[in-house]
Design a protein around this ligand. Structure first.
Ligand SMILES: [Zn+2]
Length: 67
């Protein structure tokens, strides 16, 4: 499975397949998901702290899978 179209919502750059990312689900906005680099996670954390009941924050770690 490819997830090559994922972009970071903070810096707008692609999140590469081998990078772990932060998934921020905005439950107040139709369950829309945004992704962040872990290094850009401050923006995600800020949003999550601001609206804790509406955001679900998940840190995903990429498994080593041979293509
Ligand atoms: Zn980023």
């Amino acid at each position: 499975m490819s997830r090559s179209r994922i972009k970071c919502a903070a810096c707008k750059k692609r999140i590469l397949d081998h990078e772990p990312d932060l998934l921020l689900r905005d439950l107040d906005n139709g369950g829309q998901s945004r992704y962040f680099h872990t290094r850009c996670g401050d923006a995600a954390y800020a949003a999550a702290v601001d609206r804790p009941s509406f955001y679900r924050l998940t840190v995903r770690h990429v498994e080593e899978i041979a293509n």
